[in-house]
Write a protein of this length. Structure first.
Length: 254
């Protein structure tokens, strides 16, 4: 049977996921949500709040996603504590800790105003990564790459654990080895998401962030269920004032 082990992303948005039309040609953007910026490629900072054992995986994730023609990422000193993993406006904070047997392996939270992402957090749960099932480079690369990918506006390419792996970290699979890195389709999707420029930016800002913290370890705080699949689910938490948080949950085999 399947058990909840990953909460993949949470986003603060001003509109419902179900009501937003995706850009033409897009097929694994989650509603077209994106960072506002004035030029491409833009540089998104990934705050390193990780223990030393995770640093190489974050370096790999940052390098992999920076292959994109529209996006660069850079690893910078963290701006929070690993246990709390609070967001910083204009960037993504990446954390790991023994968060407990919560049911989730990894969590990404992304705050959005309208369609513009304003900040994000990623959590890796060592209470599961310390077990024989998940304590491997393949699982760590897959989950960290996928969670960070959600903070750019990417959805999953596939959510079936049992089919042939697609060779991308945005694919759910019982076999993580082929799915440790992005593939060309992920980079093409980022080009679609970030095809247009604007007159303002949400990248690198340090004010006007949405600082309400949704407790990733408590499913009761995730809000209402808006999508359920065999291997995944999405919850919506309404913060008020046109702000929401979406928690993407993936199920894995015990």
């Amino acid at each position: 049977m399947f058990k909840k082990v990953v909460a993949c992303a949470a986003v603060t948005i001003a509109v419902s996921v179900a009501s937003v039309a995706m850009p033409a040609g897009a097929d694994h953007s989650w509603g077209g949500y994106h960072w506002a910026r004035k030029s491409n490629p833009f540089n998104l900072k990934l705050g390193d709040n990780l223990s030393a054992g995770w640093d190489s995986y974050l370096a790999t994730t940052s390098s992999d996603w920076s292959v994109s023609s529209v996006l660069d990422t850079s690893v910078v000193p963290g701006g929070t504590t690993a246990k709390k993993c609070r967001p910083t406006s204009g960037r993504v904070e990446v954390c790991n800790a023994a968060y407990g047997r919560t049911g989730w392996l990894g969590v990404a939270q992304v705050w959005v105003s309208g369609l513009h992402i304003t900040q994000g957090t990623v959590k890796m749960n060592d209470s599961y990564f310390s077990t024989s099932t998940y304590n491997s480079p393949a699982w760590k690369n897959l989950v960290l790459c996928q969670e960070v990918g959600h903070t750019f506006g990417l959805d999953h390419q596939d959510e079936d654990f049992t089919n042939t792996p697609l060779g991308t970290c945005m694919d759910y699979s019982n076999d993580p080895v082929p799915n440790q890195h992005p593939n060309q389709h992920d980079y093409e999707e980022l080009e679609i998401i970030y095809a247009h420029l604007g007159s303002s930016t949400t990248v690198g800002q340090t004010t006007n962030g949405v600082n309400q913290q949704v407790q990733a370890g408590e499913p009761g705080d995730w809000g209402r269920l808006v999508r359920q699949g065999k291997g995944s689910a999405i919850f919506e938490h309404d913060l008020g004032h046109s702000q929401k948080v979406f928690t993407f949950v993936v199920y894995a085999q015990e």
